[in-house]
Design a protein around this ligand. Structure first.
Ligand code: FA5
Ligand code: MG
Length: 413
């Protein structure tokens, strides 16, 4: 969108902001000019994008050919380029999409938890940071692409640990089939699409992991039927590589392809890169530290990571643990509650950025007399790059505690 349009939208969003704010609405502590002007922090009452998240958008790690995510993406694209069907390749769509693109077009019902503000980053009530690359399926189909790959950064408000980060990268693949293809084979359309899905995706898994054991597991996605996940047995564990299925007809019909059938898949690049390069913490992908970036080079990939140089952790700095105990707020009249684990994680992320490694519930009990529930969470702080000082962690922890009271309505114990 041209800059003018953005400015205008921001102005409209501001004008629409409710005048009478409830007294409980906390004053936002960091209302800087930069924040007010951010494309992502709109001032709309439904906006829950924080400065920390806004700063992750646009890093385009998947486009860097010497970054582990770029290396894996290139490897997958090279595999598809070697198949008979020719796939159009996309990797530059705007991560800001509409609720129509991300959910409605995909048959995701209004009550689906993935739509909630506790799971998803909204800019306004109708615009959000995409939660999956499936958000672009319909648009590419409408534009006439019948076989394509589409990679991008996706965002989910989520728990915090070594394998979850609020931003990660997905690649989507779609392939459409014509009536003649299933008729000439004398099979049902849905069976053709399902069978035609298995070979290239199993081939992809071998291209990445070498000669591994694989299995197909039934799954559920609102936009495919049947739906499956492909798992591989790697380093002693079953690992989910991708989700896929035969696209629901409604999606094809709305794209003007009602007489065709298609399969689609979606996979996460971080999960693959973590196991193939031995990267122990998902935050490392976002590091600019030369000790990380220098270890990777374009095209260095070898199937299964065999004979491939692996990531050597440069050192593990000591963690700093902080526990916080508090009484949960009571539910509001409409049953809603300011506190949720995801909201707590957001508060911690906003104060600590990538210094937070894990947030976990370690104790919970109910005081029947008071009618209140107490939680104790452990926050693990650790830098990937240096030792942390007590002072800086205490300052962060103090901010977390203040925000927990102001934004989540808890009573600290
Ligand atoms: C989806 O996002 C579907 N859109 C995938 C799909 C596309 C299904 C097309 C059918 C047809 P899911 O939420 O399971 O599904 O995520 C897909 C992949 O993203 C997973 O297999 C996993 O590799 C990766 N992934 C999911 N959540 C995370 C996370 N928090 N961190 C890192 N990778 C993740
Ligand atoms: Mg899944």
């Amino acid at each position: 969108m041209p800059r003018q349009g953005v400015v205008m939208l921001l102005a409209v969003a501001r004008a629409l902001r409710p005048v009478a704010r409830s007294v409980r609405t906390p004053v936002r502590p960091r209302s800087t000019v930069a924040e007010a002007e951010s494309r992502f922090i709109t001032g709309h009452p439904d906006c829950n994008v924080t400065p920390y998240i806004a700063n992750l958008v646009g890093r385009d790690l998947h486009k860097k050919s010497a970054h582990p995510l770029g290396i894996i993406k290139d490897r997958i694209e090279a595999y598809f380029a070697g198949l008979e069907t020719s796939y159009d390749v996309f990797d530059g769509e705007d991560p800001v999409v509409t609720t129509t693109q991300c959910f409605d077009d995909l048959n995701i019902p209004p009550e689906h938890p993935g739509r909630s503000k506790s799971d998803t980053y909204y800019l306004t009530d109708t615009e959000l940071l995409r939660t999956h690359t499936s958000a672009h399926q319909s648009q590419h189909l409408r534009q006439g692409h019948e076989a394509f790959l589409c990679t991008g950064d996706v965002y989910r408000r989520d728990e915090i640990d070594a394998s979850h980060f609020p931003a990660f990268h997905q690649m989507e693949g779609v392939r459409v089939f014509e009536k003649e293809e299933w008729e000439s084979k004398g099979v049902e359309a849905v069976d053709l699409a399902r069978d035609e899905l298995r070979t290239p995706l199993e081939g992809l898994a071998r291209h990445l992991f070498g000669d591994v054991e694989m299995r197909w597991v039934d799954a559920y996605f609102p936009f495919t039927e049947p739906s499956m996940e492909l798992e591989i047995f790697f380093k002693g564990e079953w690992l989910e590589v991708l989700g896929c299925g035969v696209m629901e007809m409604q999606i094809l019909e709305e794209a003007g392809l009602g007489d065709k059938r298609a399969w689609a898949f979606g996979l996460g690049l971080e999960r693959l890169a973590m196991v193939l390069f031995d990267v122990p913490d998902i935050r490392l992908f976002w590091s600019d530290d030369k000790r990380f970036t220098k270890q990777f080079e374009a095209g260095m990939f070898k199937a299964g990571g065999v004979d491939m140089r692996k990531f050597k952790p440069y050192s593990k700095y000591p963690p700093c643990l902080k526990d916080v105990s508090f009484w949960l707020p009571k539910d509001a009249e409409d049953g809603s509650n300011l506190f949720s684990e995801n909201n707590l994680c957001e508060v911690v992320r906003d104060a600590a950025g990538s210094l937070v490694e894990e947030v976990k519930l370690i104790d919970e009990f109910e005081n029947k007399k008071k009618g209140l529930t107490s939680n104790c969470f452990r926050i693990v702080y650790r830098s990937m790059e240096r030792s942390l000082t007590d002072d800086e962690i205490n300052t962060i922890q103090e901010k977390v505690r203040e925000d927990m009271v102001a934004k989540l309505g808890v009573e600290l114990r």
